[in-house]
Design a protein around this ligand. Sequence first.
Ligand SMILES: *Cc1c(COP(=O)(O)O)cnc(C)c1O
Length: 379
Amino acid sequence: MTVAAPRPLNFSSGPAILPLEVLERAKEALGQLGTPSELGLEGRLSILEISHRSRAFASIHERAIERVHTVLGVPRTHRVLLLQGGASLQFAMVGMNLLEPQRRACFIDTGVWSTKAYKETAHLGPTEIVASSAETRYDRIPAFPEPERYAGASYLHITTNNTIYGTEFAEIPRSEGGGPLVADMSSNIGSRPMALERLGLGYAGAQKNLGPSGLTLVFIEESLLARKPLPNVPTFLHYRSHADNNSLLNTPNTFGILVLDLVLEWMESQGGVAALGERNARKADKLYRVLDESALYRPHAQRGSRSTMNVAWTLAGDTEEERDRRTKAFLAASEANGLSGLKGHRSVGGCRASIYNAFPESGVDTLCEFLREYERTAG
Ligand SMILES: *Cc1c(COP(=O)(O)O)cnc(C)c1O
């Protein structure tokens, strides 16, 4: 079987859909097929078999980091680190490196992921939630807190896109409380132009919009590298160590970095984040319109907080049982019609379409048609 064989429409929340061109080129990089030399690999050795200290890998690595700046728009004032351990390790690593003595870390609570970031940091030092949308089941981004609310903090942490609930900050806010803004951007990095210069540190697990799992992008303002990590934190968990060693402190995820570079190259070929952002907005608008016009589907996220990357909805019903039954029937029908991965996260229930950069607009059209047709016939 080849990767070009017909595939179901993939709405997976992560690891998520990758552009077919990227999969084809990644396959070439495994060596036996195609033209590895084009990727800068030596002879016919595959990416999986060469040293991370080799010239061939160094050029892939450098190119990927350069493209993080040029394609994603990470400013040159920030160092780019390509690490492992996922966004989840960053929940802890941020606190280990950025918590200052007697200064708390502040968090905006927008659901499961931001809560995890908060809890991991609470093991390390004082933490405080300064805004939350828990009361409305995380159906919105709460109002940004007044500067006095987080004054004197080591940093203020946000989750720019809430993968589970389908809520998203309309733009990256400005931290005016003194401490830098830190953002988990796992599920919307690269989805449109963003004011990344407002962040002291940003991080993202690659498996939503950037590539395969097992690779984490971190970018950190040069000045923050000077902060002293907490005592007893091993050097492997210091950002400074990774920055000083150009992310080659130990063996990195070499294949993941190659795929990241291919994804960034693909993004460039699509017109970059500006063009992708327009396409993503159009994709999401179409889908929300169908949900808003329907009597059967209930979009979870409120207007003004809606994500362009993850669209979550439940099915209407008088009782929980009825809603569950309808959701199950809908998901079975969608799967049978080649729409894969629409099941919502267990904490919200219902359905969710993850429509990251690589998800085609035609696929959204197909889903919209299916939603309408399903409501007309089965709903
Ligand atoms: C998927 C996701 C995570 C978890 O990432 P891992 O790489 O699995 O640790 C964290 N935050 C957000 C916003 C996510 O979407």
